[in-house]
Ligand binder design. Sequence first.
Ligand SMILES: Nc1ncnc2c1ncn2[C@@H]1O[C@H](COP(=O)(O)OP(=O)(O)OP(=O)(O)O)[C@@H](O)[C@H]1O
Length: 262
Amino acid sequence: MNREKVLELKELTHIYVNAAGAHLAVNHINLTVNKGEFISLVGPSGCGKTTILNMIAGLISPTYGELSVMGEAITSPSSRLGYMQQQDYLYPWRTILQNVKLGLEIRKEVTDDSDRKIIALLDELGLENAAHKYPHQLSGGMRQRVALARTLITDPDLLLLDEPFSALDLHIKMQLEELVQSTLDRLGKTAILVTHDLAEAVAISDRIVVLGRNPGHIRKIVTIPRELRAAGPIEARKHPEYQRCFDELWHELDEEMEKEGE
Ligand SMILES: Nc1ncnc2c1ncn2[C@@H]1O[C@H](COP(=O)(O)OP(=O)(O)OP(=O)(O)O)[C@@H](O)[C@H]1O
């Protein structure tokens, strides 16, 4: 089946240049991500996960190589992208509805129907009755759901998820993983997740890109069996294939660390 390509990275390379000199951070990254896929980037500290994400987000430019979203070259922050991070960055003086609306305001896309759409989305994300509350009145998990709503309301083609679950308690984290995955699946969205949590990567992804460092490069791409992905992040952790995938990832990262003499 010929699936629609959402993201294409071709020979993507980035060299940081500053007063201390030049540093080759990531080298020749090739990756194609299809519509609806959930991809995780994992690897040791310094392997270039943030650098790759920032290039996709249009925040820094590749030194060499090509990068496109829905066939369009990314040269600056694009409205095709949505960003969700570890911190929710909600404005304390704005209500939840006004916080979600911010995404639309920035893009000058507010219409007479926006409030209704936002409230419907908040309901879908389990935030009934939250629209007129303020961020301090919500728990950490609820605030991250608001951040998800703010990301989704602009209908991005690609979501960049930079450790959005890492500050949460395990129980809340797994519930949010479940909600994010099921919501993105239902909306047919494509996502790239950066995570340090291998268990999370196995439980939530279609494919996991294992990066090595010095310079950052793709070591291996691990494809998660369909039945594991279909189970959802909570049930996936109980699946017989789960441990095998986890061990495969662990082995790759162990080898990478040994190479570094750590
Ligand atoms: N602004 C910068 N100037 C120079 N070097 C940088 C800069 N930002 C990052 N680097 C270097 O580039 C490499 C990749 O860094 P990056 O932050 O992308 O890695 P990472 O995988 O996201 O790390 P972590 O998991 O610790 O967040 C590292 O060697 C880092 O020291």
